[in-house]
Design a protein around this ligand. Structure first.
Ligand SMILES: [Zn+2]
Ligand SMILES: [Zn+2]
Length: 433
């Protein structure tokens, strides 16, 4: 409502001068908000874990079909893609929404709070849209509906990607953005750009935040197994101690960030989260295992850190007479979520127009990661990813329960802001007037 009077006055002024004004993002979004909110609440009440989003994808496919989209289902298990060809020639744009929920038991008092459960790592767990992907899905369906209404005058083509398993597929399964790409997502539709967004507790409702360049970190999991030689704890000289060796690897790996990387260029993180070894206090074990994560905001920095860790692990082990078996990286990695600078400037201008310049802020680098960058890399095109504020007025975003918390609370005002921002960015990119 914030600018409705202004928008109405402007429209009146334009009409009286004879000019025809395209409807603003707010005017286009307003009639859809009731439906977007209803979708969001329905999805919130019925969250589904990664790679298990069957009800969710069915709902999405049905809605897209009703709107006249060319719909493909079953991509990367439960993924859904809708393509709409506008009535005029123009560029091709892909927009991604993630659709999965988390093994978290909801602690928010809402009439549509989740009571769902699911199986995760062999246990029955509560399931909750604690990351706000219910909002992304509802917003993107809302945008889909508006595109369908504008179809005759819409330049180009849009591909709406409803992606499963952003939080990561269950162990032993593939999933998410890399699997969608692998299964031929862009085989018959090559977009010129990919847009994505995420609701976040760190920003107040009504705002959007973004930045050019590496906005979210790459994420590489690693595993290092040190092979020594077991012996009696009383006679360690008869063995090769993998515990001491692994401890030295952990210590020496601290110099990768502090002494090897050019921190003027961009920061990085090397964290060990698992250190396993031994079964009894007086036995030098045969092996010790380390696992951890590397985060970076620049692909060269990332490659350097990965190579350094391998070098440190192998050489420290050799110095101790031990050997290592390393998986660096282990499993699927997320690349740097890098916003193309030129496209980010364009998208920022669109969002400022949609929600007001004063509501758009600079995002700071965030060491969290996303599988979204697999899409733009898979298509070989630039991308932009922005954050939508979710924390209600009167609550400090710095201390509000974060995404993934059982208390994560999304102010539904974010649905309007997210829809207006994505819609305006998309319409401007496509050249809609
Ligand atoms: Zn998440
Ligand atoms: Zn998320």
């Amino acid at each position: 409502m914030r600018n409705s009077f202004l928008a109405a006055s402007l429209l009146l002024a334009l009409l009286t001068t004879g000019a025809v004004a395209a409807e603003s993002a707010q005017q286009l979004t307003a009639p859809e908000l009731k439906q977007i909110t209803a979708w969001r609440r329905d999805l919130h009440e019925h969250p589904e874990l990664s790679n298990r989003e069957t009800r969710t994808s069915q709902l999405i496919a049905e809605e897209l079909k009703k709107l006249g989209y060319d719909v493909r289902t079953g991509i990367a298990k439960t993924g859904v893609v809708g393509i709409l060809k506008g009535g005029k020639p123009g560029p091709k744009l892909a927009i991604r929404a993630d659709i999965d929920a988390l093994p978290v038991t909801e602690q928010v008092d809402l009439p549509f709070a989740s009571k769902e459960t699911g199986e995760y790592l062999g246990k029955n767990v509560g399931v909750m849209h604690a990351c706000g992907h219910d909002a992304h899905t509802a917003i993107t369906l809302g945008v889909a509906e508006i595109f369908a209404k504008l179809r005759a005058d819409l330049p180009g083509e849009v591909m709406l990607i409803f992606q499963p398993a952003e939080e990561g597929p269950p162990p032993g399964e593939e999933g998410g953005a890399p699997l969608m790409v692998k299964e031929g997502l862009f085989k018959d539709f090559k977009p010129d750009a990919v847009f994505g967004m995420h609701v976040r507790s760190a920003f107040p409702v009504g705002t959007v935040a973004l930045m050019p360049g590496g906005e979210m970190a790459s994420s590489d999991t690693f595993r290092i197994v040190v092979h020594g030689k077991g012996s009696h704890g009383a006679t360690p000289w008869l063995g090769v101690d993998p515990i001491v060796t692994a401890a030295q690897i952990v210590t020496d790996a601290q110099t990768i960030v502090s002494r090897e990387l050019d921190l003027n260029r961009s920061p990085a993180v090397v964290t060990f989260g698992i250190f396993n070894g031994g079964t009894r206090f007086n036995v030098v074990p045969e092996t010790a295992e380390l696992q951890g994560t590397i985060r970076a905001f620049d692909e060269d920095v990332r490659k350097h850190a990965l190579a350094s860790l391998k070098r440190v692990a192998e050489n420290v082990a050799a110095a101790h007479g031990a050997t290592v078996e390393s998986q660096i990286p282990l499993g699927e990695s997320n690349p740097v979520n890098r916003n193309d600078p030129a496209l980010t400037a364009r998208v920022r201008a669109s969002i400022e127009q949609a929600i007001g310049k004063e509501h758009v802020q600079d995002a700071q680098r965030w060491t969290a990661s996303e599988d979204f960058p697999h899409l733009a890399l898979g298509a070989g095109v630039p991308s932009v990813y922005f954050f939508v504020g979710a924390t209600p007025a009167g609550t400090d975003p710095a201390t509000a329960p974060t995404n993934h918390s059982p208390k994560f609370f999304l102010d539904e005002g974010a649905l309007a802001t997210g829809t207006e921002a994505m819609l305006q960015a998309a319409l401007d990119f496509l050249g809609y007037r």
